[in-house]
Design a protein around this ligand. Structure first.
Ligand SMILES: Cc1ncc(COP(=O)(O)O)c(C=O)c1O
Length: 298
C-alpha cells in the first residue's frame, strides 16, 4: 500500500494480468510518436479501412441525431439483421429476443462468465487460447480449467479429453473457431461431437468471415444449448467501432440483459446502424479483404 494513501485495491483488480498484445501496441504507438517507423503485428486487426458504406451510414446517422441510448438488447434493426444473417449463412432460426448487442464481444464475455459462474465453478478452455478468456473467468471468481490441446487435433478440444476435465462445477466449454492463436477451424463433425457434451458451449465466433479453407459452422447449427459470441471487429475491419453481440438461450437472456442494462446500458446507437449496413451491404468487401495476399516486394 502507498504510505500516503488509504486506497486498498481488491485482489480481483490486481490479479488480472495485462493483455500483452495491447501493451505491445501501446508501446509501439509511443515509439511511433517519438518518430520511429513501426510495423504493427501485435493485435488481431485487419490492415484495411472500414468499408465506405459502413462509414457513410454512421456519418449520416450521427447527423440525423441517432445519438441516444437504445434498447439494452440493442436496436431492433440490428437484431433483425443478425437473425437474418444466421438464417442465411447457417440455416438457423434465432429469435431477436435472444440477441444482446454490446460495445464489442469483450464486455459480453465478462457479463456471460459473471452470469454462468458462482465462486469455484469452472469453465473448460483450450491451451493455447485467447489470452483474455481466463482473466474474465477468474475475475468473476470462477476457475479456468485448461485443456492442453494437440497439433494433431488442430489445437482444438477433443470431446474425450474434455470429458476428463468435467465435474459437477463445470459450467461451460469455451470454444473458438477459427481459433486465436492457432487459426484452426473446427469441422462440422468436430463441432457436432462437442455439442453432444453434457455442458453448454460458449462459442466465440468472432473470426467468422475470415476462414480461408473449408466451411464455417456456427455452434447453433448443432445445439440450442450454446452461447455464441460474435462481432464486427475482424471481418468488417471495425475494431475501433466496438460492436459485438451475444446470442443466448432464452432462459438466460433476462439475467444477461439486466446486467447489461446496469453495466453498459446500450451500445452506441449510430454504430449499431452501421452494423446493419455491414451485414446487409458489405459481403463483397469482406470477400475482397479475405482474398488479399501479401504481395512479394517488386
Ligand atoms: C478470439 C477473440 N475473441 C474476442 C476478441 C475481442 O473482440 P471485440 O473487438 O469484439 O471485443 C478478440 C480480439 O482480438 C479475439 O482474438
Amino acid at each position: 500500500m502507498d504510505s500516503l494513501s488509504n486506497i486498498h485495491l481488491a485482489h480481483r483488480a490486481t490479479e488480472v494480468t495485462p493483455f500483452l498484445a495491447m501493451e505491445v501496441m501501446e508501446r509501439a504507438k509511443a515509439l511511433e510518436t517519438a518518430g520511429q517507423e513501426v510495423i504493427y503485428l501485435c493485435l488481431g486487426e485487419p490492415d484495411f479501412p472500414t468499408p465506405e458504406p459502413i462509414v457513410k451510414t454512421a456519418r449520416d446517422a450521427m447527423a440525423a441525431g441517432e445519438t441516444r441510448y437504445t434498447h439494452s438488447l440493442g436496436r431492433i434493426e440490428l437484431r433483425e439483421a443478425l437473425a437474418e444473417h444466421y438464417h442465411q449463412r447457417y440455416g438457423v432460426r434465432v429469435d431477436t429476443e435472444q440477441i444482446i448487442i454490446s460495445s464489442g464481444t469483450s464486455p459480453l464475455m465478462l457479463l456471460l462468465f459473471a452470469a454462468l459462474c458462482n465462486p469455484a465453478d469452472n469453465v473448460i478452455l483450450t491451451d493455447p487460447g485467447y489470452a483474455c478468456y481466463p482473466n474474465f473467468i477468474r475475475f468473476v471468481g470462477g476457475e479456468p480449467r485448461f485443456l492442453r490441446t494437440r497439433p494433431e487435433h488442430g489445437f482444438q478440444p477433443h470431446p474425450e479429453e474434455v470429458k476428463t476435465l468435467l465435474n459437477n462445477r463445470t459450467r461451460a466449454l469455451l470454444i473458438n473457431s477459427p481459433a486465436n492463436p492457432a487459426g484452426s477451424v473446427l469441422s462440422k463433425n468436430e463441432l457436432q461431437n462437442l455439442a453432444k457434451l453434457p455442458i453448454p458451449l460458449v462459442s466465440d465466433e468472432i473470426y467468422h468471415g475470415l476462414t480461408y479453407e473449408g466451411e464455417e459452422h456456427s455452434a447453433l447449427e448443432f445445439t440450442d444449448n450454446a452461447f455464441v459470441l460474435g462481432g464486427f471487429s475482424k471481418a468488417y475491419a471495425m475494431t475501433g467501432w466496438r460492436l459485438g453481440y451475444l446470442i443466448a438461450p432464452k432462459s438466460a437472456v433476462r439475467a444477461l440483459q439486466t446486467f447489461h442494462q446496469n453495466v453498459v446500458i446500450s451500445a452506441n446507437s449510430f454504430v449499431q446502424l452501421a452494423g446493419v449496413t455491414a451485414l446487409k451491404e458489405c459481403d463483397s468487401y469482406v470477400a475482397e479483404m479475405r482474398a488479399e495476399r501479401i504481395r512479394p516486394p517488386p
